[in-house]
Design a protein. Sequence first.
Length: 163
Amino acid sequence: MEIQIRGYHTKDRKEAAAVWNQVVEAGNAFPQTEILTEESADQFFREQSYTGIAYDETTGEVAGLYILHPNNTGRCGHICNASYAVRQDLRGQHIGEKLVRHCIEKGKELGFRILQFNAVVAGNTYALRLYKKLGFVRLGTIPGGFLRKDGEYEDIVVHYLEL
């Protein structure tokens, strides 16, 4: 499998929505609770500053994606935020790392100065390990900041990286 990353196209909406929805349905990483339809996915992915699609160069299948957008507006508009999703059956193959690295470069290219993660769920050990490896600064923990699908609350960890 040869993974490449490119910008989102409307033709990606079905596969991209399926990958995104896997994370939403699992209920242990994304704050969203609503499942994307093909139509709502297309609008959502197009509204971002950038949506990156990781795909298998051989088959063309979507393997993962990320969304990149401002974390705030005005005087804080130079700070961006991102979310990453990798297809469940392809996890553990460093696709997430490729997405994060691509996102960092895209953030710089778009003029952002800082990439901030507001809510990395404490139980997401793979993400926490990756962000540490890539040099993100861990700012602190918000106790019980994430409501899991099972109704339990879990801590979230705030991170940032200067671009």
